[in-house]
Ligand binder design. Structure first.
Ligand code: ADP
Ligand code: SF4
Length: 693
């Protein structure tokens, strides 16, 4: 029994200011351990895993410091036959991994939270690129993306797998974890056994539901017998099965009843991972899992946790009060604001940095890099740069002029204001927010306005920051202002000439109505049929296609890649994006580029054959690349910014046109490092260093 957790949570309860949120701060018994409150950071991938152990430990520890009562690992491989390289998974293969994950558990415990580990075996899904071992599965079948198949498990393999799982559970306990997961979901090994269509076995592991669930039950029993006296046993399970061909909803519900006694906690998800559980705010709203989780919850006597991208404390309390959930699960809201629970506890609701549901975090992991977040620029920098999401070092004082109140300028103003500088923030537009304000009016992007709104709300409590909207500044005015430091955050403009990835020179032959996303966001509308050329490959072109198609235009979407919005594969949105375009009747032309436009037709070209043909269009919308809006910076700093201009710097899109996440990060970094040259070189590198030979 970890009584220290109970003591701390009682202390914590004394500071609750709003009694209606008190249920969120009640402790809860999970088998042999007690969660200090109802804030539960469910397992989520980080792009750190076993490769960046210090980075991981500090990031998870920060969540605990921020008040999350339970903090879990990401998927944690239990054996080298479950190797998901190049995606950075956690691992508990050996004592080295125990030491590294013990560091995480310690940092979580230091703040009175429980540490959970999601033991995981990927089965046929993983290609084992690094370990080079054959992958194993219920039968031989292809891996997710490599041209290799798994080896069918015979009884000896099943026995070996159970032993590996036991060994990993033992290591988990040694590492100090309080909650150990059994994970028969999301397409991985034990899920293969549950699947009616994948499991064609004729032995005692195939056929009836009881047989298909045999391995799951055995592993549950093994884990409970081995570590159940000290650790809670959690099961991550789909509340609505996985479709009738795999595991029907009724079968999933039967299993919850059959295995309830062996679990201490159900971590419920739903069958549609990309389309719903992990969906972006473009496609799914907060709390969408509720009905299915509520149904499953009626079948168990054990505590239930589930997610829903909850950022509203009222929505959280409602989930608890109505009995849908016992613990409020979160991945993304805990990334965007590691201090969300504390802010609720202390009644600082307007300080919550709400997740915008963009999945840029998920994309980092998918690209094999440490997690970054649009809203929280300190995410992933807790260890490397020692950044704290709620604290910044005091500055030397002085005046700063920031030109441009987009995400970069707003974030810089916030950090500099907190550091004690006297900040003047000017923007030519009547409204703050820059691109965020414009983009959040596009279909499905309303939540993105939170990037602006969070910062505007915080700035209101900083009297040393003044904002002047409707003020376009020229170089002379900036000079005349005479600030000690000048930050230029003037953003970027979409190009009108087609230059981008495909066309490395401006397109020559463009006549007639050519629009850019900036024109459309400022209210311009096309005449006649529209062709949109997407050489950006993310959300902008499809979102414009949706806007125009809904307004009744005949839209053709053209892209040189093989799919609509190819890059959004990494944010998990590609499938939903292409489906949405098809539903709206948008004609999709992949592997195709726009070569010219004469006002009546665009010339399209095949990227493989070079064949060209005309396609009728009254308007061409070019979504290709952006040009930094750096005239002001150049005028002030010259072509080769030298020491004379050391007090002038560019931030955000005007320095490097990129995602909103990059602009926020850029503003944050520049503001944090002002007058602190040592910060700029202090970044640590998380790696193992070879000693001796
Ligand atoms: P970022 O993403 O880098 O923050 P944005 O494009 O979102 O960039 O914002 C840039 C902001 O700068 C816009 O709101 C724009 O109105 C403003 N801006 C551009 N040039 C000037 C200028 N000369 N004076 C004042 N504001 C400017
Ligand atoms: Fe939310 Fe986007 Fe941050 Fe992910 S990157 S936590 S989705 S705001």
């Amino acid at each position: 029994m970890h009584s220290r957790y109970r003591d701390r949570s009682i202390l914590a309860m004394n500071t609750i200011t709003e009694s209606r949120y008190q249920p969120l701060f009640e402790p809860l018994r999970l088998g042999p351990v007690i969660a200090p409150n109802r804030f539960y950071q469910v397992p989520h991938c980080t792009g750190m895993g076993h490769a960046l152990p210090r980075t991981l430990a500090a990031m998870r520890g920060m969540k605990a410091e921020g008040g999350w009562g339970v903090v879990c690992t990401e998927y944690c491989s239990l054996h080298p036959t479950s190797d998901d390289q190049p995606y950075p998974f956690a691992a508990l293969w050996d004592e080295g991994d125990v030491a590294n994950l013990a560091a995480m558990a310690q940092q979580v415990h230091a703040h009175g939270a429980l540490a959970g580990v999601e033991l995981w075996h990927g089965g046929s899904y993983v290609p084992n690129l690094a370990s080079r071992l054959p992958s194993i599965g219920v039968r031989s079948m292809p891996s997710r993306e490599e041209p290799v198949q798994s080896q069918r498990m015979d009884r000896a393999d099943i026995r070996a797998f159970r032993e590996w799982h036991r060994a990993a559970a033992r290591r988990a306990r040694h590492a100090g974890f309080d909650i150990v997961y059994v994970y028969p979901t999301h397409g991985y090994l034990m899920w293969e056994f549950l699947s009616r269509s994948l499991n064609g076995r004729t032995d005692e592991y195939g056929g009836s539901l009881e047989n298909r669930a045999r391995l799951f039950r055995e592993v549950l029993e093994d884990t409970r017998a081995l570590v159940g006296d000290r650790c809670a046993i959690a099961v991550r399970f789909s509340a609505d099965g996985h479709g009738d061909e795999h595991l029907s909803r009724e079968e999933a519900h039967d299993l919850i009843g059959m295995l309830d006694e062996l679990t201490d906690l159900w971590d419920l998800v739903v069958s549609d991972y990309y389309g719903e559980e992990m969906a972006t705010s473009r496609f799914v709203r907060q709390g969408s899992l509720e009905e299915r989780v509520a149904q499953a919850k009626r079948l168990t006597r054990k505590p239930v946790v589930s997610v829903g991208r909850f950022t509203s404390p009222d929505a959280m309390v409602r989930q608890l009060r109505s009995g849908v959930l016992d613990l409020v699960g979160a991945a993304r809201p805990s990334i965007a604001d590691p201090f969300l629970p504390r802010k609720i506890r202390e009644g600082r609701l307007d300080e919550i940095r709400e997740c915008i549901g963009c999945n840029v975090c998920y994309a980092s992991n998918y690209r094999g890099a440490a997690l970054r977040c649009t809203q929280n620029p300190t995410m992933g920098e807790e260890w490397r740069r020692g950044w704290h999401p709620e604290r910044v070092p005091p500055g030397k004082g002085g005046t700063v002029l920031i030109v441009g109140a987009g995400p970069a300028g707003l974030e810089a103003a916030l950090v500099l204001g907190k550091r004690g500088y006297t900040v003047t923030l000017a923007d030519a537009a009547a409204e703050a927010g820059g691109r965020v304000t414009l983009e959040s009016r596009l279909p499905g992007l309303a939540e993105w306005a939170r990037v602006r709104d969070y910062r505007m709300t915080q700035l209101r409590s900083l009297p040393q920051v003044s904002m002047y909207l409707g003020n376009r500044l020229a170089a002379a005015e900036v000079r005349e202002f005479g600030a000690d430091h000048v930050f230029i955050a003037t953003g970027a403009r979409w190009r009108r000439d087609g230059l981008g990835r495909w066309h490395t020179r401006p397109l020559g032959a463009l006549q007639g109505a050519v629009l850019t996303p900036d024109d459309i966001m400022r209210g311009a509308r096309p005449s006649g049929a529209v062709t949109i050329f997407d050489d950006d490959h993310y959300y902008m072109a499809p979102v414009i296609a949706v806007l125009l198609a809904r307004a009744g235009a005949r839209v053709t979407y053209v892209t040189p890649t093989g799919h609509a919005s190819e890059w959004s594969h990494y944010t998990g949105e590609q499938h939903s994006t292409q489906s949405q375009l098809l539903e709206l009747g948008v004609e999709i032309r992949v592997s195709t580029v726009v070569e010219g436009f004469d006002g009546a037709a665009v010339t399209l070209g095949c990227v493989y054959s070079g064949r060209q043909w005309p396609h009728p269009a009254g308007t061409l919308v070019l979504v290709t690349s952006r040009e930094p809006d750096e005239e002001l910076f150049r005028e002030l700093a010259g072509e080769e910014p030298a020491d004379a201009a050391a007090n002038i710097q560019r931030i955000g899109d005007c320095r490097q046109p990129a995602l909103i996440a990059h602009a926020v990060y850029s503003g944050h970094k520049a503001a944090r490092e002002l007058d602190r040259p040592e910060e700029m070189t202090a970044a640590g590198r998380d790696r193992s260093i070879v000693h001796g030979s």
